[in-house]
Design a protein around this ligand. Structure first.
Ligand code: FE2
Length: 344
């Protein structure tokens, strides 16, 4: 990624103006316009997306990155000083928090409505998925009989006592997983599951998803729950870590829990039309390939094909068709159930 012409630290935020010096000369559509994006994602796919948008429109993209849980605060705090045009975040739970904070404006777009499946966008157009991620189970091939895994439910089986690694229940990926399981099994069964998994921990919850994979590789535990792209990244970049590990797709009905990364237009957007145009560009074939080829996510637009040998290697799976809005609605209850279950 080229970060041109400036990198500035502003109020503790990382601000990158991704200017492409010769962009826009043909289309001339930029007219010196700047699109301000607030994002909690720090992925190569997104930098490619910004740069491609600049190239195609001549617009300058300014990106302000803030970590997931700080994003909402920072956008609210920015007020009129540096208002967002576009808001990007990973996880339906975080989109929901931004929605609850009143940060989004409704967008009506035939392109977005046609390309993003209904279950992956807000019914009033407040946000739209751009990529999807599956929450899967990683296991040590030598120590786990693949037949012992029959879905997420297996992780609560006493057969796995002392053998499960997980990250903390405060993490939004786990909250959204439990939010999906509440819808699937009901609150009581979901809590029992969380309790059963917590009883099977090899150690207290610690670290991020990659750390869980490394812990299985190191023999600290035998199974772990992680987002698929962490495994794909390690398999591609550090194959020594994933050697001896396998992934299990919890396909049991209604399927593998799938979460989204999404975008919306800010309620205070100085350039709402341009912001909508950016969202439409993000679901174009070209942009969708960035998510699969540079970040190992799955495109939100089902018809998009991509080249990624590591992702192909993970194989096919059946995705839970649950609407992303439900993941948001069940956030608070999921957090409560985790607390009651003693999953730290
Ligand atoms: Fe992540």
């Amino acid at each position: 990624m080229r970060i041109l012409p400036t990198i500035a630290i502003l109020a503790g935020l990382f601000v990158a103006a991704c200017g492409s010096p010769d962009s826009g000369s043909e289309m001339g559509a930029g007219n010196g316009q700047t699109l301000t994006i607030y994002s909690s994602r720090h992925y190569d796919s997104d930098y490619a997306l910004y740069e491609a948008f600049e190239e195609e429109t001549g617009v300058t993209v300014e990106v302000i990155e803030a970590d997931g849980d700080l994003l909402v605060e920072r956008i609210s705090a920015a007020g009129d000083r540096n208002p967002a045009d576009v808001i990007i975040t990973a996880d339906a739970g975080r989109l929901w928090r931004a929605e609850q904070a009143g940060l989004f404006a409704p967008v009506s777009s035939e392109i977005l409505e046609a390309r993003v499946p209904e279950s992956m966008r807000h019914p009033d157009g407040l946000w739209f998925a751009v990529s999807t991620r599956a929450r899967i189970i990683v296991y040590a091939e030598e120590r786990v009989d693949a037949g012992a895994l029959t879905g997420y439910a297996s992780l609560a089986d006493p057969a796995f006592r002392g053998r499960v690694c997980a990250r903390s229940s405060g993490n939004v990926y786990n909250i959204s997983l439990l939010a999906a399981l509440i819808d699937r099994w009901g609150a009581d069964a979901a809590q029992q599951w969380a309790q059963g998994v917590a009883a099977n921990f090899a150690r207290e919850p610690l670290g991020g998803d990659s750390d869980q994979i490394r812990a299985v590789a190191a023999g600290e535990c035998d199974v772990a729950i992680v987002n698929h792209y962490y495994f794909a990244r390690l398999a591609g970049e550090e194959p020594a870590v994933t050697e001896g590990l396998a992934i299990y797709w919890p396909n049991a009905e209604p399927g593998v829990h799938v979460n989204i990364s999404g975008m919306g237009v800010s309620r205070n957007a100085p350039n709402p039309e341009l912001a909508r145009q950016f969202l439409e560009f993000a679901v174009s074939d070209r942009a969708q390939r960035f998510f699969a080829e540079l970040t190992n996510e799955y495109p939100a637009v089902a018809s998009v094909t991509y080249e990624n040998a590591v992702l192909d290697e993970l194989g096919d799976f059946q995705a839970d068709p649950l609407a992303a809005t439900v993941l948001g609605e069940n956030q608070a209850e999921a957090q409560r159930l985790f607390d009651r279950a003693g999953w730290q």
